[in-house]
Ligand binder design. Sequence first.
Ligand code: N01
Length: 547
Amino acid sequence: MSDSDAHTSGGATDVDVDAVVVGAGFSGLYMLHRLRERGLSVRVFEKGEEVGGTWYWNRYPGARCDSESHIYCYSFDEDLYEEWEWTERYPEQPEILEYLNFAADRLDLRRDVEFEREVAGATWDDDAGTWTVELADGETVTTRFFVSAVGCLSKPMKPDFAGLETYEGEGYHTARWPDGGVDLEGKRVGVVGTGSTGIQFISEVGGTAEHLTVFQRTPNYAVPARNRPLEDDEYADIKANYDDIWERARDSRLGMPFEVDHLHSRRLSDEEIHEVLEARWQQGGFRFLHAFEPQHILTDAEVNETVSEFIREKIRAKVDDPETAEKLVPSDHPYGAKRPPMDYGDYYGTYNRDDVSLVDVSDDGEPIERFTPSGIRTTATEYDLDVVVFATGFDAMTGALLAMDIEGRDGLTLAEKWQHGPKTYLGLGIHGFPNLFTITGPQSPSVLTNMPMSIEQHVEWIDDCIGYLDEHGYDRIEATEHSEEQWVQNTNMLAENMLFSEAESWYRGANVPGKPTIFTPFPAGLDMYRGICERVAREDYDGFELG
Ligand code: N01
């Protein structure tokens, strides 16, 4: 159907299109595919110039996914994963982008994606039972279903440093890295931030610049990823066992098919615990978190301290200068309470180089006072810098959703509704916002899991739900206030019983000044969450009102 055709489907409503999807990353592309297969007309609006979402924007040196490549892809189409060949254990950004382009071509998705088109907002018309989606260029589109596929980590967060506007050097946020790259050779480069991104970047460019100065506010626990090329026989084995791999990934806490060595550490001696951790350290990546049941590590303070101390000792052993080593050793939060970063090179060893230095900008060190025309001034001294790289993260989970001006029933905006923190039912629906679906929305497992697994579960649930509405002659679906309240309370309660509250993390919105501090992802695992969603659907969308 052409863009301008009026359309009647499901209920009695005239709309331009059945569904509008925002974003053409992993989520938006699969949503398009599913809804189109169902016979719905769909328009996807994508701000970027091509498909990819996160992997389109994050092009900084060293950008790579922490999920292993063989599970960081779609599982719904055997041809896709049989045909595609990953080259390394962890996929690098250009390869993921290539993969998503491959998937888009194979499924013929591009013809329904409109690039460089930003959705400015959407307004619900309660009488008509439709959304009017407003594009930044002024066009409006009416639709029955408005689906957000904007991602959890897509609105960059750049702190409002004093004097930033006076800085005369080059400045780049890692999530908006220029397409053609940045020449760092022979330059004095500063990096602010040592989260997953900063750590990848620093390992990659240490030794490239004339001097690299790392401004670290909080040290982090980086576990070696142990990246390497995928061997032919290993890949053949993966391909022969994909059915089993997907089944185990779907039924797991983290959306990963890894076995745990021990459910918990009780009854193991200190020596045995150490052996288990050492073996997992050698395996690397998220397999380390599976030494014990991940839930156990994130719940039991004592075992967490053992794991945390194990990593601290590893850091101390890597760094030559004991003073620098102590600055790099995290002590303010338990391992896993913040998203654990991975080390793809020799992150800690990088600090042994003469051309790399670490500045502790925590309150106990020399906090950043301001930017100056020539660089960064801390409370102790001034650092002259040709380039400053902001690896300062994202307004996570809600930032990209709230960047759109979304107005629901009775003129209530999403920003008003969420002024004290996000509230959803299952992370999929929002009371007051009928026929709006959020893929990997707040209070769903999303960022605590291997994302494609969570995305597929969400997309399939939404698609099935739309099918159910149409089959039963319903026009609209909306989460009830009660089910939403209970879901939010439930998510908070689960998180409070874990160690997450002991870190000032983006999981809790604590990284963005003024943002309400509330733990946002659903923390009890993809397996449990999937079961809940399946029950809700089975019981005629229990907790939603259909009409
Ligand atoms: O962002 P972050 P990120 N002054 O928020 C510092 C995913 N990801 O882009 O900890 C000084 O984790 C801040 O310091 P502090 C992954 O889920 C995945 O690194 O707040 N410093 C911190 O060090 C990840 O968790 C992959 O004290 C300031 C850093 O900036 C998520 O994205 C790769 C500051 C921000 O760390 C976000 O990671 C990369 C200030 N005013 C990312 N403000 C893969 O899968 C902030 N900081 C590979």
